[in-house]
Design a protein around this ligand. Structure first.
Ligand code: HAM
Length: 409
């Protein structure tokens, strides 16, 4: 029979990687919870309309990257491509606007996008995400950005850079889009075909193109950052001032575009020089209109998400944790006695293992060494030869007294 493999762009998480991930989760959750965030997990799939409305019909995600399917009853469902729209849906669903603002939620979940797989880009991937709902205070913007910077630093992500911009209000952006589209049409001949095709649909994406001629055109293109309303400009300048107070280094990038339509005002992206073409480790921004777009009351919000696989690729300091083994039970003939002692030891809270692969006594000792076991016990009926693997000493003890003794040790 031919061998079956995991679908393209997906991967298995093996025990050693699971251990690294658990370490990332622990570090990140600690910082998030200390900052007042509570964990939320939403379903892996949602009604398709959530993303069409939330993420935006014109985005690449909705246009071509969603895994959508019929639920059997004529309703279209979609494997979640991102977490912000689902969290806002849950916020409305559970009437969380009645809670004291800001409501702060974080998640560590897997997401699905039918993208072309390459290093750092998968079809199922994990994100750590944080959302803060109900406050438009620029201090929330600065605070969430600092929190993300601290998490990336704590996880040892190398060569981190932060790019920052502001998109202003939806109205400013709508006017700007019209002007940008006009500019692009005037320079149509010099644009890459895929940019030309999207002039009407999504002109801002032209800033993302890596085609040299297109980039040249974009250098002279009108900039949204120069057209912010007085309110938005003031908001942005306060965010910058507060980031300065926290000693955060950043670069203002007026060409920053992110592939989601819900953003308003503050927008940011963290990249890592340790990554290749897919250099984005984390990104986020404000989405002051999203909750209302999903049928909730007008509610400002801001958040970010960081890719777990990209964090792992950009950080050399993450190690699997060595699993501790207190006791390894060996035997030649007394399998049932060894088994009984194994269960007693585990019930008493010891990390215990017994021989299960028919090794010789010598092989069993080797296996105990491989596992880094603290004690090695050869069960011989009612007595046990107990070896302290650290001290190198050996003694004979009564089997019935072994567990109590080790627990006391
Ligand atoms: P995003 O920029 O699409 O934003 O994704 C955030 C991060 O997820 C990226 O920086 C990257 O590290 C990781 N990521 C995205 N796609 C893939 C992929 N195909 N393979 C591996 N990693 C990937 C969002 O998803 C927004 N929901 C972030 C946000 C939260 N904005 C406001 N709140």
């Amino acid at each position: 029979m031919s061998k079956l493999t995991a679908p393209r762009g997906t991967f298995d998480i093996l025990p050693e990687q699971a251990s690294v991930r658990a370490g990332i989760e622990r570090s990140a959750c600690e910082l998030l919870e200390a900052a007042g965030y509570g964990r939320i997990e939403t379903p892996s799939f949602e009604v398709t309309e959530l993303f069409a409305r939330g993420v935006g019909e014109a985005t690449d995600i909705v246009q071509k990257e969603m895994y959508s399917f019929d639920d059997g009853g004529g309703r279209s469902l979609t494997l979640r491509p991102e977490g912000t729209a689902p969290v806002c849906r849950a916020y409305v669903d559970h009437g969380m606007h009645k809670l004291a603002a800001p409501v702060r939620l974080y998640y560590l979940s897997s997401f699905f996008r039918a993208e072309r797989p390459q290093a750092g880009r998968y079809r199922q991937f994990w994100q750590l995400g944080a959302e803060s709902l109900g406050s438009e205070d620029p201090a929330v913007d600065a605070e969430t950005i600092v929190l993300l910077a601290r998490i990336l630093a704590r996880l040892g992500v190398a060569g981190v850079r932060l790019r920052l911009a502001s998109l202003g209000s939806p109205e400013t952006r709508a006017e700007y889009r019209v002007d940008l589209a006009r500019y692009l049409r005037a320079n149509e001949q010099r644009l890459a075909p895929n940019v030309r095709e999207r002039i009407e649909l999504n002109p801002l994406r032209a800033f993302d193109s890596d085609d040299p001629a297109t980039r040249e055109v974009m250098e002279q293109a009108p900039r949204l950052l120069e057209r912010l309303s007085a309110d938005d400009a003031e908001h942005f300048s306060t965010v910058r001032e507060l980031l300065g107070r926290a000693g955060i280094v950043y670069e203002i990038d007026p060409t920053l575009v992110r592939g989601l339509d819900y953003y308003t005002r503050t927008l940011f992206e963290f990249t890592s020089d340790a990554l290749g073409a897919q250099s984005g480790v984390a990104g986020g921004g404000r989405y002051d209109g999203l909750v209302e777009q999903l049928g909730g009351p007008p509610t400002p919000g801001i958040g970010w998400a960081a890719g777990i696989e990209r964090i792992m690729m950009a950080s050399s300091g993450l190690r699997a944790e060595q699993v501790e083994v207190d006791l390894y039970l060996a035997f030649e003939a007394a399998r049932a006695d060894a088994f009984e002692t194994l269960i007693q030891a585990r019930d008493a809270g010891l990390a215990a293992q017994m021989e299960l692969a028919g090794r010789s006594l010598k092989g069993q000792l080797k296996q105990a060494e491989r596992l880094g076991a603290r004690f090695f016990a050869v069960v011989e009926g009612d007595s046990v030869r107990l070896r302290d693997m650290h001290a190198g000493t050996e003694e004979t003890v009564e089997r019935g007294a072994l567990v109590d003794r080790l627990v006391a040790a």
